[in-house]
Ligand binder design. Structure first.
Ligand code: APR
Ligand code: ZN
Length: 386
């Protein structure tokens, strides 16, 4: 995995679009999962996307994961604009390129919800995940069948038959990967693996606790196992997550209740864990992660919480415990470099994501998958398209 501060510029991109390229395509109408407002019922609707312009491509989606961040757009956790196409964790195939594009039709890709500009201070200083040009939670593009301006989750709106996105939002991957697993490289897996390797830098022999066992937390567990952590404590409010956690690499499952701190200390010689990962996105679980971590240990916040959900920590505790509290945005990763590396590992079997996918559903059944996510059922549900 990469070390922050040592990123190359990423794969070559055309410096400027060539106006003499193909392009000139027609707008397309596709089916997509749309929310008309916060709390509104999710529906499959027809949406119109214009043909890719210079520096853009159209991608036919093969598989898209259902992530809690999509739910956060519609349940009021994150302020979003509507009508909104959900989805930001996906794989597909380039179907059309804009004028002058160096990308080729037919190339399999994973979508990137935080494409780096490669020019701002953060990109130039090796932190492309903090790019100043970072995608807003919802980005305007396309229109509904009844002519309303449409918005796309994280600039992608990937729970759809197709997307039209900037060229730097696609990352080529090898052909032939199982789409329902390749899709996860675009969010849960990159986030989880990056949080462990790049942000927290978990070392062999470390003890780890992971709070929240959805697609993201299970990816963190898998990565902690691969990093050689020996004590891996999986924590959730749902007992049903026990088997999933053990399959993903946990050494123990613990219920998130008032005995949690005691149980964790009993498994870490009374100290607490070296690393706690918060994969829920709530102040209460950030506090819990803080309490489970040993003096001098590290709390890594992976969940995306609400603006007004305040975390309270004692000033003396912060000083005396000497813990580090940091967040991991998109796994502190350079997706252009790390997604192809993960895709190669998925291809050769070194990265086993089978435990992360609970099942696949059709686009028509995507609302059902959201209901399961909201109830905390399963690991990742993935929408697959033909
Ligand atoms: N303590 C422990 N676990 C909890 C708690 C709690 N208080 N509250 C919820 N959980 C568990 C749920 O039972 C579920 O298993 O957290 C898990 C969250 O899983 P998902 O809803 O599948 O979320 P996921 O897609 O993994 O995303 C997790 O990362 O990217 C962010 O926005 C995303 O904040 C979200 C987080
Ligand atoms: Zn996500």
């Amino acid at each position: 995995m990469s070390a922050p501060g040592s990123f190359p510029a990423g794969p070559p991109r055309p410096a400027a679009p060539n106006p003499a390229g193909p392009g000139g395509g027609e707008p397309v109408t596709v089916r997509a999962l749309v929310a008309r407002g916060a709390g509104a019922e999710l529906r499959i609707e027809r949406i119109r996307l214009s043909a890719p312009g210079p520096g853009e491509v159209r991608v036919t989606i093969r598989a898209a994961g259902v992530c809690h961040s999509d739910l956060s757009m519609v349940n009021g956790t994150i302020a979003a604009r509507f009508p909104l196409v959900l989805g930001h964790e996906a794989t597909g195939v380039i179907a059309e390129v804009g004028p002058g594009s160096a990308l080729r039709v037919g190339t399999p890709v994973v979508l990137n919800w935080a494409p780096a500009c490669r020019a701002c201070w953060w990109c130039r200083n090796g932190e492309p995940w903090l790019c100043a040009d970072t995608t807003a939670p919802t980005v305007p593009r396309g229109e509904t069948d009844d002519g309303l301006p449409l918005h796309l989750t994280l600039g992608l709106g990937a729970l759809a038959e197709a997307v039209v996105v900037p060229e730097n939002a696609v990352i080529p991957i090898p052909a032939g990967l199982p789409p329902e697993r390749a899709a996860l490289l675009g969010c849960a897996v990159l986030t989880g693996v990056g949080a462990v390797h790049n942000t927290a830098r978990v070392a062999s022999g470390d003890s780890v606790a992971v709070i929240g066992l959805g697609g993201v937390g299970l990816a963190v567990l898998t990565a902690a196992r691969r990093a050689g952590a020996t004590t891996i404590l999986a924590v959730d409010v749902a007992e049903a997550k026990r088997d999933l956690a053990l399959a993903a690499g946990a050494t123990d499952f613990l219920l998130s209740d008032d005995r949690l701190s005691k149980e964790v200390r009993a498994r870490t010689e009374g100290r607490g864990v070296d690393h706690a990962f918060e994969c829920v996105g709530r102040a209460a679980t950030i506090r819990a992660a803080w309490r489970l971590t040993r003096r001098g240990g590290v709390v890594t916040v992976v969940g995306m919480g609400a603006k007004d959900d305040m975390v309270s920590l004692g000033a003396l505790d912060i000083f005396h415990s000497a813990r580090t509290l940091r967040s991991s945005v998109y796994g502190s990763s350079d997706p252009d470099r790390e997604v192809p590396a993960l895709a190669a590992e998925l291809a050769d079997g070194a990265l086993d994501l089978r435990a992360l996918v609970s099942g696949t559903v059709s686009l028509d059944d995507a609302p059902t998958a959201f209901a399961r996510l909201a109830r905390g059922e399963g690991a990742r549900w993935v929408v697959t398209l033909d």
